[in-house]
Design a protein around this ligand. Sequence first.
Ligand code: SF4
Length: 621
Amino acid sequence: MSIEVIKGPNGFCFGVENAVNEIIKRLKKGEKLFTNGEVVHNKNVLEKLKTLGLKYEPEKDAIFVVRAHGLPPEEIERINKNHKIIDLTCPIVNNNFKLGVKLEQEGYRVVAFGKKNHPEMIALSGHVKNSIVTMEPFVVPDDKIAIISQTTSSQEDFFEFVEKMKEKNLGKEIKVINTICKVTVERENAAKQLAKLCNLVIVVGGKNSSNTRKLFQISTKYTRTLHVEGVYELEQELKTPEISEIFKKNNSSTLKIGLISGTSTDSKDVDDVFYYIIENYGGRELCMADLNNISRKELLEEVSSESFEQLLNEYEHMNQVGRGKIVEGVITEISATGLTVDLGGKVTGFVPLEELFKEIHEYKVGDKLRGRVEKINEEDGTAIISEKRPMEKFVLEEISKAKDSGKIIHGKIVERTKGGYKVLLENTVEAFLPGSESNIKEGEELPRGKMQFAVISFEIRGRRPNIVVSRKRLFQRLVDEFYTNRKPGDVVEGIVENVDDKGAIVRIAGITTGFVPNSEVSYNTSTKAKDVINIGKTMKFLIKEINPEKKRLLLSLKALLPDPWENVPKKYQIGQSVTGVVVSVKPFGFFVRLEEGVEGFVPIEEVFWSKKGNLNEVVSV
Ligand code: SF4
């Protein structure tokens, strides 16, 4: 049996993450904080916050934290009389409040689909004074009705509620705005799809988290589903006969396990569950595509007011630029530390240097860039984006394939480590280059810039890929390939490494060297390599001879020049007078250069009529 684990969306939503991180940061700085309820429905996180000093009762000089659910304005005002306030209301929740206020100002009776005693709904009632919070459809005693929702309601339930409200309020103007947080919708959709795909779904999250429970309910409709708070519970569940049976049933096929979490679950808890399965049962991770196909706008009725539309758009946009989302924007600025990207909707993204997929000089202002939101700063609207993280899986797959296919992988040496070097492959994944495989001599300066590597080992151990690369083996392979594939007559390009009295040494493709003797430099026999070839110059040469065994190359520059003898029969006839320069005098005659590469010979018999004379008295070089 093989196991495939399909990870669905998981981890905190950005509203919760923002609140938790801010509280931790302040507690660590020594600030005294208190709040009025669970910041997140997650035992582990609550325990951590408690250990750091978060209190639930007022204390002298303590700052009050407004949780992601928000608080009625009058409540904030009351607390603010004695305490400073940090408002960590999720921006999506806040926009829901603003939307409600706006609708009320436009004359609508706001009906919020949600639980009356839920903190978010209590807060909404404080902001939208005449709103009605309910989960039961009813006849509204007004003609203009606007239906919104608690951000964490189930979408299915909301649709059902809306239909029933329409039936009960026939003939009235009803505006429906689905204000359920996209994160919640996405997770519900994903839970459904995972459940349809998998033999077993594991929902990770607090037992008191309503959105986690909802995911469990949805998944249970389609497949066997477990709701665990962490690895400790999973271990027990996996020992039960019912779960063992699932493993047995799939003995000869693939057991697909889906993994998903509520918005109050730390992604670390999900990772722990994932690695527990992989380490104990083996298997591999499959990607789950973005399964959210529902457009909130489909549910919107025509909206007349422009400012209302704007508010709505901002609401939509903020919802789409949450942590973990893939976003696209246009580069507006390039600096030494990274790229600034306009994501639209007043949201600016910043991609730090180390999160770029390519070298910074390969980008230009106006280019489009896609990346994943890693963090969002709600105060100034800046989203910290990673371009390379979404590519990680793809790059790892490529590297894994490269080990068998021999494909070259690009990377750069980052630093020396014990026994070798740390290498960053494709700007994304770290690998180890052993010193013995580096082709770098002791004391030699670290090569900078992009280089090519052969992957010689690829293993996923625990959470980290263990990749070993080699320059030496790549080099050997390239040399072998070169001498196997090249033949006399091929033209190659090389960089001149050295020039001396005998000829020139040329480096070809950075992997081998060839020799250009003086006789192969020019048709002009007196021209030497040092007359026309300069060290460091890139030039083309023709391979005259190639010896794969001895890895030797004889190169010619002359062979690439036009052969001056081709025109000789046309240009010179018997009996024609020609003029030339004497280039050498021998005892039996002398040589005359008629043009570059064409020399004629004058035998001594053609110089003197009678007896042989002294040529040096007649001609000289
Ligand atoms: S679920 Fe959505 S609305 Fe609720 S806190 Fe998270 S991001 Fe905000």
